[in-house]
Design a protein. Structure first.
Length: 227
């Protein structure tokens, strides 16, 4: 039996796979391309957040006392709860990816629901945290008016809260995008689009969500626990 003939059945299976895009020859090629594209996208996301982290470190270097004083007005309880919630969501997301790899679509959809619920809890906690900042006038730039509410912070606290809202706000946008993607994956799974041989979209969704979790793991100690 020739090598070409030995590999023919797998190639024929790929040609008749409804999930194979026309511009790919095999499912393996399509999966590898999707993973590569996702990793490249995540690299650009890391570069973007790296710029914000650099801005934070410059701010802390220039105004260390102000940063230490201003961060005391952030809710460690809210940040801690959200940290636990996101870590839990990463675990359920990983279970969802593993479930679809084993062909268990029902369990995968359940894990997606649990991950979505965790993401929603995160945003609810963030809403109450932001509401408190608005109420106390701890806002960026010219909108800062905490001194009018009895909160005196030496230095330039409006710059700190500008960085705070920019970093946590951008992260929150990523959380919302992740929730929308997971909801779309849930709908597609209900249509029978995923199985043990076609799950790269779920895997890439998991990679994105783990990045969201990872960014928060850095944001929480830098903004809330800095000493």
């Amino acid at each position: 039996m020739s090598i070409e003939h030995a590999h023919a059945p797998a190639h024929d299976d790929d040609e008749h796979n409804p999930h194979l895009a026309h511009h790919f020859d095999t499912m393996g090629q399509q999966t590898a391309s999707a993973k590569l594209g996702m990793w490249l996208f995540l690299a650009t996301e890391i570069l973007m957040f790296s710029g914000l982290f650099l801005a934070y470190f410059i701010l802390r270097m220039l105004y260390p006392e102000m940063v230490l004083e201003a961060h005391e007005h952030l809710s460690k309880w809210a940040g801690g709860i959200n940290t636990v919630v996101l870590l839990t969501s990463s675990y359920t997301m990983a279970l969802g990816v593993r479930s679809i790899q084993l062909g268990d679509v029902k369990k995968m959809r359940l894990m997606l629901v649990l991950t979505i619920l965790c993401g929603c809890i995160f945003m609810v906690v963030k809403y109450f945290e932001y509401s408190a900042k608005f109420e106390h006038g701890m806002l960026p730039g010219k909108f800062y008016s905490a001194h009018l509410h009895g909160y005196e912070i030496d230095g330039l606290p409006h710059i700190f809260f500008g960085v705070y809202f920019l970093m946590t706000g951008l992260h929150g946008v990523h959380v919302v995008i992740g929730l929308a993607i997971m909801l779309w994956m849930f709908v597609r799974a209900g249509r029978g689009e995923f199985n043990a041989k076609n799950y790269v979209a779920i895997e890439n969704t998991g990679l994105y969500w783990h990045l969201v979790d990872l960014v928060w793991i850095f944001l929480f100690p830098l903004l809330y626990l800095v000493k």
